[in-house]
Ligand binder design. Sequence first.
Ligand code: HEM
Length: 505
Amino acid sequence: MTTLTSVMESADAVALTLCGVVLLASLAVWSMSRPRGFPPGPLGVPILGSVFSMTASPEEIFVRWSKQYGDVFGFKVGQRMIVVINHQDAIREALLKHGIEFAGRPDFFSFGVFTYGFKDIIFSSYSDTWKLHHKFAHSALRQFASGKRLEHLLHGSIAKMEGYLSKMDDSEPVDPKLVITLLLYNVMSTMCFGKDYDFLDENLIAWKENNEKLNQEFGMGVAADFFGWAQYLPTPGVKMVHRMRDELHRFVWDELDSHKKNFDPDNVRDVFDMLLLAQKEAADSGNQDAEKLSDTHLVLTVSNMFAAGIQTTTETLYWALAFMVEHRDIQSRCQAEIDRAIGRKRVPVVDDRGSLPYTEATLYEVMRYSSILPIAVPHATTCDVNFRGYRIPKGAVVMFNTYSMHYDPNAWESPTSFKPEHFLEDDGSVQQHPSSFLPFGAGRRSCLGEVAAKTDLIIIFTWLLQNYCFKTVPGKETTSLLRVIENSAVGRNLENYELIMEMRK
Ligand code: HEM
């Protein structure tokens, strides 16, 4: 009897083990399967997919894979299907000819938390609510951040920065990131909140620090974006996104409260007032837009402008100054051009752009070389898409590897060298739109702030070179300033550095 029971028990154990093995094997096979017609690509490992390939610099790995699998390839990370599109022809075709099909955003866990359930512009998928806020943000930028109005904002903030810099000892090493960031915070806050902040306003500094903390903590991203079940685990990533969301938006919520108290529909002073007016009009007329214009939507639209506008412009200028230190000959050529076109006495204006071709080409070359957002912001398919003979299912994550355009040896004379001439025609004029250059994206989800960003960059960069020489810190001549932070999903940002910012005689 005992023998019979133990035989039966061991048979049960074997059966259970077998079931477990079959289940795991099926799960492994299922996890590696792809829908019919899905683009080819690396298989990765069962369950996890290609997660281990997503180490530092995915954009460089993608360029390598595009040589193996072609311009369009796909793979899985956890449950997510990811498609990467490389090089100018395929990227432009997807963004311009299949605009709406590729205009979604992934429903990542972190995006959803940061945006109180996708109520913003940057991370929300293509929808009527997105269209409405996109339209408002577009007209807000046109009304408050273009032409003479933006020039006026920039001049006000530059004057504050000048006052701050004039008190510093210009022979001491300085990290220029603080002044550039504060300058841009000032411009953006004046535009959105209509307030004239001190250059070192403590709220702006606290907000800047929160943004930096978020970037550091975000690192390579959050596992729960790829492995849905991970959002229910109390991991540091999951806790971080909840905590950072509240810290990041608090300042904008405070501004909303104070705007509501002083709101006068006949006197629209800034972007927040403009959004409040839209909210009021929708509520008064009882139309269906009212629910799309909740306070949360308004706060996130303004928060987006800060998040999208300040960090990108700051990083571009940070790279630009590092290049000026590493390429003193280019710095001198820009300064000679600025001295000839503007002189030293007046602040640069928007209309100077046309007479600064070398300086403008230098900035474009900074954008190409730095490629600060090498795979832009991830897109997603809004429906099943047939593209170049492949079938990409609805909801797949789509990454546009613009880095592959910016470093394409077939498109640039010497892509790994820093050469403003890449953007100059033979007659010395600037090539505004080379075909393999897309720092602001294209199509439906292209950057809303492209025009404003170009004005910010040329005026600030020109002013800095007009008034200062950027030099290496003595004793640190052999340390390059162009060190890209590794393991960052946020973009190709430089490690913090110091330089000498010497006032020009
Ligand atoms: C050098 C500066 C800048 C660069 C390189 C840059 C680049 C980009 C890129 C690559 C995207 C994503 C495109 C895509 O998803 O395909 C983007 C989106 C966006 N940018 Fe910029 N940007 C800059 C400055 C600004 C400024 C100054 C603002 C506003 C004040 C702004 C507002 C936005 C917004 C709202 C989006 C989201 C658009 C959407 O999801 O539909 N950006 N930007």
